[in-house]
Write a protein of this length. Structure first.
Ligand SMILES: Cc1ncc(COP(=O)(O)O)c(C=O)c1O
Length: 387
């Protein structure tokens, strides 16, 4: 009976709203047809609003990493000095991509679980005025830390560097005022807070970054933003676009705007607090201790000597139909992560927490059933107007 029943609580892919699902189930259109171009052009205009930018936004058929590579491929030439802010696995991914493009890579690292310190970035930029680009992750999905992008943008602005932000798991779930804060390139992907299937990425590019991109001499073909711009001016893409995902994108942004960006941020904040307060009430340890640095889209909870996180994840999945993520890289086996972004209602958090309580008890922890639920309900009850 319940073969397809599940609560997908990983930090992407995320659940899809029925309206979005239905919007993609329409007859396919030719990617060069006038009808599709109209939908495509309208979607780009709408997408600008979720990036809070009036500058260029491009659609790419790729996962998030492809669009991260696109940013690097259009800025970085061999030997260019770049600075990468590393607070976890995805900061590390920028390092790997920049090295693949033969950049001279400097890193500012923090202990995992802590957010980056803008003052540290400021001092590296002061000592290295030739840094061409700074790369940072907005929400570090591997730890659930959120970096202070507004403050980092402020220090990068004092240098000549282009500021690139991976907001793959943050945009729409947390505020990012691209133009106001001075972010030059922002990347996001469909299967996170946008609540679409994987396969579409969006990259927003400032006029300042554009000047560098036009002068760029490095090799690029599929990722060549110059050709994306020339095509975008005709409401199309250089290669076959992700047609059905664009239908979904238009609907997803419509839902986001109906809720209101600010209201959406508030909802994500409440989801986060429900999970954090419930975990603490159940005696579990949060990976990100500081509330001010805790992501509104994903929460990492530490394992401890009382239980094996992988066993917990198995029981959650098998008996409670809750799919939680494990730790990545060195953090494998040491934490589990709950995604709470996009098409996620507070009621989904109560379901998740109920399953978590039961699974923890089942694997032998002395859990008082209902304690986490109570803490989460109180968070929700004290907040208004969710829905
Ligand atoms: C912050 C962040 N950046 C980049 C990526 C990579 O995206 P993809 O797996 O779609 O290539 C992810 C995926 O989880 C992410 O969370």
């Amino acid at each position: 009976m319940f073969k397809e029943y599940q609560h997908l609580r990983i930090p992407g892919p995320t659940p899809i709203a029925p309206e979005v699902q239905r919007s993609m189930d329409r007859t396919i259109l030719g990617h060069r047809s006038g009808e599709f171009s109209k939908i495509f052009g309208d979607s780009i205009e709408k997408a600008k609003r979720i990036f809070q930018t009036e500058q260029n936004v491009f659609v790419v058929a790729s996962s998030g990493t492809g669009a991260l590579e696109m940013a690097v491929a259009n800025l970085v030439e061999p030997e260019d000095k770049v600075l990468v802010v590393v607070t976890g696995v995805f900061g590390g991914r920028f390092v790997k991509i920049a090295k693949a493009y033969k950049a001279d890579v400097m890193e500012v690292k923090t202990e995992y679980g802590l957010a980056a310190d803008p003052e540290q970035i400021k001092s590296v930029l002061k000592q290295n005025p030739d840094i061409k680009a700074v790369f940072a992750t907005h929400c570090e999905t591997s730890t659930g830390v959120v970096n202070p992008i507004k403050d980092i943008a402020q220090v990068v602005k004092e240098s000549q560097a282009i500021f690139v932000v991976d907001s793959v798991s943050a945009l729409v779930g947390m505020d990012l005022k691209m133009d106001e804060w001075g972010v030059d390139i922002t990347v996001t992907a469909s299967h996170k807070a946008l609540g679409l299937p994987p396969g579409l990425a969006l990259i927003a590019v400032s006029d300042k970054a554009w000047k560098v991109i036009e002068q760029h001499q490095g090799p690029r073909f599929y990722w060549d933003l110059v050709s994306y711009k020339a095509n975008a001016e005709k409401n199309t893409t250089p290669f076959t676009g992700p047609v059905s995902l664009v239908f979904g994108l238009a609907k997803s942004i419509e839902l986001i705007e109906n809720e209101g960006l600010e209201e959406g941020f508030k909802r994500h904040f409440i989801l986060r607090d429900m999970v954090r307060k419930a975990a603490t009430a159940l005696g579990l340890e949060l990976f990100v201790k500081d509330d001010n640095a805790a992501s509104c889209t994903v929460t990492a909870i530490k394992g401890d000597k009382r239980f094996d996180v992988e066993e917990l994840r198995k029981v959650l999945s098998k008996d409670y139909k809750i799919i939680a993520a494990g730790g990545q890289a060195d953090m494998k086996g040491k934490m589990f992560r709950i995604g709470h972004m996009g098409y996620t209602h507070p009621m989904d958090m109560l379901t998740t927490i109920a399953g978590l309580e039961m699974a923890l008890k089942q694997i032998g922890l002395e859990i008082e059933l209902g304690k986490g639920i109570k803490a989460a309900e109180e968070v929700w009850a004290n907040a208004k107007n969710i829905g």
